[in-house]
Write a protein of this length. Structure first.
Length: 311
């Protein structure tokens, strides 16, 4: 029985820290550390891979794209979260909230697909070493990245088309930022199709790539067991261990977030999980996966003028 004015929402209120005002300074310090580490680490990765010709290979090409995606993830909402730490009930405009939400959807799905592509790259390097350059040609690598962009963009477009039209004046989001599940809970229009598609997209773009990675690493494991030299096995394991660590943290948190039973309102547990896959993994990727790599360390010293890098 409400009028149009009663169903119009022009801004949302974020209450991510409202229940813990005494911890605002602690949250701010943690978020700031994560943001600076993520931005610096991923920025350096992109810089090194572009300027150092020793890193112009398929593996580092995918790492460069992954770091760019992580930069988008960390800069999408985290600067606003840092500012909001010192407000009791910070607000965000309706359209800014939508942009933040759909950029997050696009970048997270893009990262899911990229991690699967990187698993295939490791499979080709370990299981098809003699044909690696032919299998992972630059044209093929560019095509894989383009496919990831197209699929993640199509998924985001469908989510935009299915977004709720009415919010009935409810505009309080129990989250640090605009997250798809939290915004859907505020809608008063029918969101059955939106929720159904969200579950379907998780199966297609999250679970399916994860299963592909598991199967791929199963075949990699069998290939590693056939390597006779201890040094060869150690090299193969070190190449894959960092990727598996990132996959475990990133995919694990998303699967827990979107496949568990959905409560009617967001809990603190949901907010922590969303931070893990939305912010923390973008910081861990350059630390776990990239900056520990000897080739990247060599690029660091070559770029900053050291005459000789000792392996």
């Amino acid at each position: 029985m409400g009028t149009t004015n009663e169903t119009t929402v022009t801004e949302f209120i974020l209450i991510g820290l409202s229940g813990h005002p005494q911890a605002q300074a602690v949250f701010f310090s943690c978020f700031l550390m994560v943001y600076l580490t993520s931005t610096l680490g991923n920025g350096l990765m992109v810089f090194f891979i572009i300027v150092d010709t020793h890193l112009h290979s398929p593996m580092y090409f995918f790492l460069c794209i992954l770091s760019l995606v992580d930069l988008i993830i960390s800069n999408n909402a985290l600067p606003e979260i840092l500012v909001n730490c010192f407000f009791y009930r910070p607000t965000i405009s309706f359209y800014r909230c939508l942009v933040q939400m759909y950029v997050a959807v696009l970048s997270v799905i893009m990262e899911c697909l990229l991690l699967a592509v990187m698993a295939y790259d490791r499979f080709a390097a370990i299981c098809r070493p003699l044909h690696y350059t032919q299998v992972m040609s630059w044209r093929f690598c560019s095509g894989l990245v383009s496919l990831c962009v197209v699929l993640s963009s199509l998924n985001t477009l469908v989510n935009i088309l299915l977004r709720p039209t009415d919010f009935c004046g409810r505009n309080i989001i129990n989250h640090f930022g605009c997250e798809l599940k939290s915004v859907l809970k505020l809608a008063c229009s029918d969101i059955y199709i939106s929720e159904l598609y969200m579950q379907l997209s998780v199966l297609i773009y999250v679970v399916s790539p994860f299963v592909f990675i598991v199967v791929t690493y199963g075949r990699i494991g069998l290939a590693v067991l056939r390597i006779r030299s201890t040094q060869g096995r150690k090299k193969a394991f070190s190449t894959c261990s960092s990727h598996l660590t990132v996959v475990g943290v990133f995919y694990g948190t998303i699967i827990i977030m979107y496949l568990k039973p959905q409560p009617k309102s967001s809990s603190d547990h949901d907010k922590v999980i969303a931070l893990l896959y939305g912010i923390l993994t973008s910081m861990l990727n350059p630390l776990i996966y990239s900056l520990r790599n000897r080739d990247v360390k060599g690029a660091f010293w070559r770029v900053f003028g050291r005459e000789k890098y000792k392996n």
